[in-house]
Write a new protein. Structure first.
Length: 370
């Protein structure tokens, strides 16, 4: 936050020398008090950890436009987990979406009844007042509710840190749903400019007294942003949250065989235009080139596969078959990797078949549809 526009105190029209010394002393006292007061303001604002405003640059999105959201989570294929998040800007939302993408699970945003002002200072003032109200037992209104959590093994709770505390909309949500969350496992994740997560964990424990808080929480700050995807993946591994992969693909999904020498592995294809274009070119015999130390096996279809009208954006996991749009190559991921807006997922290798491709060097394969 910039203080370049703070008013500067000026001394005007000093009287003559008989009173000038006293006035100088008074002025210095006032100036020192002003400096101390300004430092107090700076330290107070810094202590809030800059909420979740400070560590992702794309903050121009107005999150107050959509007031017609239902309370039904957006469903993923993995019904064991639910990601709930509160985010005034897109910082905590970005983390929540990454978790949802990795686990392919349900996700729902928790929103205040009255949207926050876009002005950061106004938002901070409101947050301070709401936190004080919560200390008095008065929780601010929210417009998000969930009927039950019966089908979920773990509920992920995400929020920014405001003045060292959990963002008030999420505190309200937990307070209103505490009885429904009884006996459920809760995993906390938070974003902050610099503040820690401990106080917010204590707040969750005091609100959801009958819930089971998973000991390992996740905090992402401005200094850990570059490692966001890897830190999320490591955290999910530590708490035992895995993407659910069916060994038996849906009968309606196209299946391909990938032959590597004497071994044949299978993959399930997506239902999008890029995947259908890929299927139309089978059978193919290609050389998969190793890329980035067995992170990917890639090849270049000629001509490039169609991507027009296909939704971009993917957080690839081991076994995902994708197209990297800028280069036009097909990339089969042998490892989990970070989110890219230029990736399109067109399929996934079934079971542990990716092990056959996770070797050094280039590999000759034949790809055909079942």
């Amino acid at each position: 936050m910039s203080y370049n526009n703070e008013p500067k105190h000026k001394l005007k029209n000093f009287p003559n020398s008989t009173s000038k010394h006293k006035l100088n002393i008074n002025y210095k006292k006032k100036k020192n008090l002003s400096i101390l007061f300004l430092l107090f303001i700076i330290l107070s604002i810094t202590a809030c950890g800059k909420s979740d405003e400070s560590f992702i640059s794309e903050q121009t999105e107005n999150r107050n436009e959509n007031n017609d959201k239902t309370d039904a989570p957006i469903s993923g294929k993995n019904g064991h987990y639910l990601v709930l998040y509160s985010s005034r800007t897109n910082n905590t939302e970005h983390v929540a979406q990454t978790i949802q993408s990795i686990l392919d699970c349900d996700i729902l945003e928790v929103e205040p009844q009255i949207p926050y002002d876009d002005d950061y200072n106004s938002m901070l003032n409101r947050a301070q007042k709401e936190l004080e109200e919560i200390r008095q037992g008065n929780y601010p209104a929210i417009k998000t509710s969930v009927d039950n959590f019966d089908n979920y093994d773990i509920i992920f709770i995400g929020y920014p840190i405001w003045y060292g505390s959990m963002a008030t909309p999420m505190q309200s949500f937990l307070y209103q749903h505490a009885s429904k969350l009884s006996g459920k496992q809760i995993a906390l994740f938070a974003t902050s400019g610099s503040s820690g997560i401990t106080s917010s964990v204590n707040e969750a424990q005091s609100i959801c007294t009958e819930s089971i808080l998973i000991e390992q929480s996740l905090l992402l700050t401005s200094s850990t942003l570059p490692q966001m995807e890897s830190r999320i993946t490591e955290w999910l591994d530590r708490i035992g949250a895995d993407r659910e992969e069916s060994d038996i693909p849906e009968s309606s999904s196209p299946i391909i065989n990938i032959k590597i020498g004497d071994r044949t592995i299978t993959a399930t294809m997506e239902d999008n235009a890029a995947a259908r274009d890929f299927l139309s070119r089978l059978p193919l015999e290609v050389t998969l080139n190793d890329y980035n130390n067995i992170t990917e096996k890639i090849f270049y279809p000629s001509p490039a596969l169609t991507t027009e009208g296909v939704t971009r954006g993917c957080t690839p996991i081991s076994g995902d078959i994708t197209i990297y749009v800028p280069w036009g190559n097909v990339a089969i991921f042998c490892k989990n990797w970070s989110h890219s807006n230029d990736l399109i997922k067109i399929g996934h290798i079934n079971g542990n078949g990716i092990e056959a491709l996770s070797i050094d060097g280039d590999i000759q394969v034949k790809i055909e549809q079942q």
